[in-house]
Write a protein that binds this ligand. Structure first.
Ligand code: DP6
Length: 338
């Protein structure tokens, strides 16, 4: 008797949950676009307050894959990325069935708040959950990484690291550095726009690598900064982590701003937050900034100082909303028979 390696994808209702993460040492630049391998290591913290919930249903009556994100049907390049990931699940299970993906974020999508990270981490967990065996996190992280490298880190709660790729490498997963209960760090998020960003991360980092004279310098400094961030997490040293995170973020933006034409993600409200956090530090508050490919600012701080940071950032012109987050848990998946 032959025992199938995996049960078919159909007839299962899958729900996966993944939290966004914020890179404390940034990934910006690819070694290999085909395999989506990062050129630099990155270190992140997963954010409890920013959650993606994704439902996945492989349905024999469908003629193509369908994606609904925050209540709207999605086509084009975003759908194509989802289809590629679903193709991997179909290849693993031998199924040809199409799927409906319904995903919702608890925060603004596509504006630099890491929605692709939590989105693809949740989808990879769901797709492997559909394959009918217990989900291996390293496998889910590798699958998520091919869709969006920062998503590899969102499979893990707490603190995670994604190494740089090596030439010819095909498999690369993030790894957990410490669980959420290792350190009660707080991240205060200043939301400075509701609009989707103009230049997405993939395009932005490829353009930077091609045209910025500072790109080689960025790649050279990134490993040391990632190691400093990892070491600071192990020692729970907020100042060392904050300094590494600010250095990483501002170096990444300096490199992007030196691209031709320049890439400027920072808005007036972004800089207002950066300066306010400096002023807070002068007043004895332990707080440091980081900024991704958008105008929002995330501030790393302690439980003791978080309230003050929330109040001060919330009072700045251009800051629309302020969210305080704890360190978030692992991504997870629930499978029920449909
Ligand atoms: C600035 O993971 O979105 O947020 O792999 O091309 O999908 P792709 O890029 P993506 O880039 C994230 C860039 C960043 C820094 C980070 O999260 O490390």
């Amino acid at each position: 008797m032959t025992i199938p390696l995996s049960s078919p994808l159909e007839n299962k209702r899958i729900r996966a949950f993944a939290h966004a993460n914020i890179a404390l040492a940034k990934y910006w630049g690819k070694l290999d676009g085909e395999q989506n391998l990062p050129a630099v290591p990155s270190v992140s913290v997963t954010l409890e307050a920013l959650l993606t919930t994704t439902e996945l249903l492989f349905d024999p009556s469908l003629r193509s894959d369908q994606l609904r994100l925050d209540g709207s049907e999605v086509q084009g390049a975003s759908l194509a990325r989802v289809v590629r990931l679903l193709d991997e699940a179909r290849a693993r299970s031998g199924s040809k069935c199409f799927a409906r993906v319904t995903s919702a974020n608890s925060f603004p999508t596509g504006s630099g708040l890491a929605s692709s990270a939590s989105g693809f981490a949740a989808l990879a967990m769901a797709a492997l959950g559909a394959c009918g065996r217990p989900v291996d996190r390293a496998e889910a992280s590798d699958m998520a990484r091919r869709a969006s490298a920062s998503a590899a880190r969102s499979v893990f709660g707490g603190f995670a690291r994604l190494d740089a790729g090596k030439p010819g490498q095909r498999v690369l997963a993030a790894r957990p550095l410490a669980a959420a209960d290792h350190w009660d760090l707080r991240v205060v998020i200043a939301i400075n726009t509701r609009l989707p960003k103009g230049v997405g991360s993939t395009e932005g980092m490829n353009h930077t690598a091609r045209t910025s004279a500072y790109y080689d310098g960025w790649v050279q400094l990134a490993s040391g900064v990632a190691d400093s961030a990892q070491d600071a997490i192990a020692r729970k040293d907020l100042q060392a982590l904050g300094e590494a995170a600010e250095h990483s973020a501002l170096s990444m933006h300096a490199c992007a701003m030196a691209a031709r034409p320049p890439l400027v993600y920072l808005q007036p409200a972004t800089l207002a937050c950066v300066h306010e956090v400096r002023r807070l530090r002068e007043q004895g508050v332990g707080a440091w900034c980081t900024i991704d490919a958008g105008p929002h600012v995330k501030v790393i701080t302690s439980p003791m100082d978080a309230k003050r940071v929330v109040e001060r950032l919330g009072s700045l012109p251009g800051v629309l909303q302020v969210i305080e987050s704890r360190v978030g848990p692992d991504a997870s998946v629930e499978v029920t028979e449909a």
